[in-house]
Design a protein around this ligand. Structure first.
Ligand code: ATP
Ligand code: MG
Length: 691
């Protein structure tokens, strides 16, 4: 029952012949929800950039290799992953590969289930023979004048072994939980790898989170130890992390101790019997810590989702499948080769940091850069200065950062030598074509391929992404599935798969892949409800998407955020991208609100470029602009100028809050624990548009 891999050349005949016998639900007379052609912005979205011959030549995969590997991965997942699982060192090799069920009432996902391995040994020990003196981690501190550190694989081994013995000293053993609440310092990497080494399950909590959020995550996982630091420097200011952790401990009900890293030497108080300095314990323990033998299906970590659509979910990832997929995507998506310098700007508090700062790169023996600071400190050239200084080859960031930097002017980019850049990546939200073009033209000088990677905390690694030497890209499209991924587009109400090449609806994944989440920590029922109950036998992503005439996938926004204007369903992404295409606009978010005639109207929140005046004339101009860019139905009914938009701590726009404001319902804003700047919301409420 395989859906055709729409994007493969070998299947062109299937859809250029008008769909053949694959008319699907359209032929059956089921109305297909979604856009008509009138919603497209053809001039923007049909541009294509082919990989250069040189890139294709040296890449791990060119177009033919990708297509052959993709087909093999779908045709026989056991054989494909059985082979690629060998990229890791196994203590006891697996004999079984895939054992997964999405059947209602029996959601059960196992990969490599009889194999054993250790993640830290794969990320460190096995590289000691070939690359003992190669830099594993380049650490770039908040302040450019403080100087970076280069940590070799040999040094990493020593740090992690000691750290692991400290955790043992504090009573942590296999299966115990450890919460990591640290800034972006090397000790965050050591802590994660130390847990992996002794088989403890880590739960990293972003250092920007409040004491309450920390306490909830510690209590939820009954963690034995919380690892924190005295202070966290960021953007020139020090966050009092230890003080926050102390506050959290007032609400922590479990028997938990605290391990403190000295980062700034700031003044803090240690509680006797509960709190310990890392450096003091490290001085006492043995430098030798043999890695624990773990089953492939033993949990590696718990990590909470960003909380964009509601209460964050405690996602559980396991050992073998996760590492196979993280390392393979790191190698192919970024076309990583030995000796290159890879930089992912995410925080280790997000899955992007887990898979593409720590586990994927280190499993591949890469040099990975860890950055403590922010993109705009000391000025908006900081990213590019770091790229120049460390000759970064692959650079991976989020659309929110690209949009922010785009608004600051090109001179910050042009000052620096970015000639080492080979691949540019993006993740986290749909990237507006305007931001994509800026990234491509100004940062990449029109020569560096962009990989727009669509994935989630739940998926562990990239699911839809171009490969630099294989895929022709279109600005704003996440293009094609990675090996082993079977995306399907479903009609939202009926759940029927849309089998025509052009499709728009709900994005689901029809079969398991190795780094799929296994459960929600402590709540398997919520796991089944959230991901497998709406549509049977599928993993439900919660995102809407469209597949275009060339088989390219475009994420249209969250299914929860779909707007229904006079019976036409619209994702948020395209309307927002049309607004961002206007030169006065730096960022935009649209939501639906109740409208007497149309059912729902479109309410747009618009942030302007520096120096732009928020006038009624501009309001009208923007409305008209969207009308000509897309069509009359997408024209915003109300436009509110907003100096800031509510975002999660990971930088995603929280439309559910904007919807509440547009609906005039400020009483219940829902879970705001992951909201970055709560003051933004007060301002939006105060300046709400009257109808
Ligand atoms: P929650 O699940 O708690 O609401 P969240 O979905 O924002 O939060 P994450 O797992 O951090 O939590 O983010 C995954 C989501 O981010 C995806 O479902 C998708 O909506 C969005 N996303 C990530 N990468 C891309 C991309 N390249 N293009 C479009 N959207 C993306
Ligand atoms: Mg989500």
């Amino acid at each position: 029952d395989l859906s055709p891999p729409w994007h493969l050349a070998s299947n062109q005949a299937l859809y250029t012949s008008g769909g053949g016998n694959r008319e699907g639900c359209r032929a059956a007379g089921v109305p297909v929800a979604g856009y008509d052609a009138q919603w497209r912005r053809p001039n923007v979205t049909d541009k294509m950039y082919a990989p250069s011959a040189q890139m294709a030549e040296q890449a791990h995969a060119d177009k033919d290799t990708y297509e052959a590997m993709y087909e093999a991965s779908i045709h026989d997942p056991d054989a494909f992953w059985g082979e690629h699982g060998k990229r890791l060192d196994w203590i006891k090799p697996y004999t079984k590969v895939k054992n997964t069920s999405f059947a209602p009432g029996n959601i059960d996902i196992k990969w490599f289930e009889d194999g054993t391995l250790n993640v830290a040994a794969n990320c460190i020990d096995r590289h000691l023979k070939d690359r003992p003196d190669q830099t594993a981690i380049i650490w770039e501190p908040d302040s450019p004048t403080d100087g970076s550190q280069h940590i070799t694989y040999t040094q990493l081994h020593a740090h992690v072994s000691k750290f692991a013995n400290v955790l043992k000293e504090l009573g942590v053993g296999k299966g115990d939980r450890v919460v990591i609440y640290l800034p972006m310092i090397p000790q965050a990497a050591y802590a994660m790898l130390a847990c992996a080494r002794i088989g403890a399950i880590h739960s990293v909590v972003f250092a920007g989170f409040s004491a309450d959020a920390l306490a909830a995550r510690v209590n939820g996982s009954e963690a034995k130890v919380v690892i924190t630091a005295d202070e966290a420097p960021r953007g020139g200011r020090n966050t009092p992390l230890k003080v926050n952790a102390d506050k959290a401990f007032e609400k922590i009900t479990t028997d938990t101790s605290m391990l403190v890293v000295q980062r700034t030497g700031g003044d803090i108080t240690m509680k006797d019997g509960r709190d310990h300095w890392l450096h003091e314990l490290e001085a006492k323990v043995s430098p030798d810590c043999p890695p624990e033998e773990m089953n492939a299906e033993d949990p590696l970590f718990i990590l909470y989702t960003s909380g964009s659509t509601g209460q964050p979910k405690g996602v559980v990832h396991t050992t073998g499948g996760y590492l196979v997929y993280a390392s393979m995507t790191h190698q192919y998506t970024f076309d990583y080769h030995d000796g290159e310098v890879f930089w992912c700007t995410a925080d280790v508090g997000w899955v992007t940091g887990h898979s593409y700062i720590i586990y994927g790169p280190l499993a591949n023996g890469a040099t990975t850069l860890m950055f403590e600071g922010v993109p705009t400190y000391p000025d908006a050239g900081r990213f590019w200065q770091v790229c120049e200084e460390h000759k970064v080859n692959q650079f991976y960031t989020a659309p929110t950062a690209i949009r922010a930097l785009m608004g600051k002017g090109n001179e910050f980019v042009e000052k620096y030598d970015l000639s080492a850049l080979k691949v540019l990546g993006t993740v986290g939200e749909p990237i507006n074509p305007e931001a994509w073009n800026w990234y491509h033209d100004v940062v990449g000088k029109g020569k560096v391929p962009i990989v727009d990677t669509w994935w989630q905390t739940e998926t562990g690694g990239h699911l839809l992404t171009p490969l630099p030497g294989a895929t022709s890209t279109k600005p704003g499209s996440a293009t094609h599935p990675f090996f082993g991924i079977r995306p399907v587009v479903l009609e939202p109400e009926t759940g029927i798969e849309i089998e025509t090449i052009e499709a728009e609806g709900v994005l689901c994944i029809a079969d398991s892949w190795p780094s799929q989440m296994r459960t929600i920590w402590g709540d398997h029922e919520r796991f089944e409800m959230t991901y497998f109950s709406q549509y049977k036998n599928m993993f439900f992503s919660g995102d809407g998407c469209r597949r275009d005439k060339d088989g390219y996938y475009w994420i249209t926004g969250r299914v929860d955020d779909v707007i229904n204007v006079s019976g036409h369903r619209m994702g948020t992404a395209e309307v927002e991208s049309a607004l961002v295409a206007h030169p006065a606009v730096s960022e935009a978010a649209v939501v639906g609100y109740p409208h007497e005639i149309k059912g729902q109207g479109i309410y747009a929140y618009v942030s302007l470029m520096a120096g732009q005046e928020p006038t009624d004339a501009l309001r009208k101009e923007l409305s008209d602009f969207v009308r000509t860019e897309i069509g009359p139905i997408a024209k915003p009914d109300l436009i509110q100028f907003a100096p800031g938009l509510p975002k999660t701590r990971s930088g995603k726009i929280m439309r559910r809050i904007l919807r509440k404001i547009a609906e005039n319902d400020f009483g219940a804003l829902g879970d705001t624990s992951t909201l970055a700047e709560p003051e933004v919301v007060d301002d939006l409420i105060a300046n709400r548009m009257n109808r």
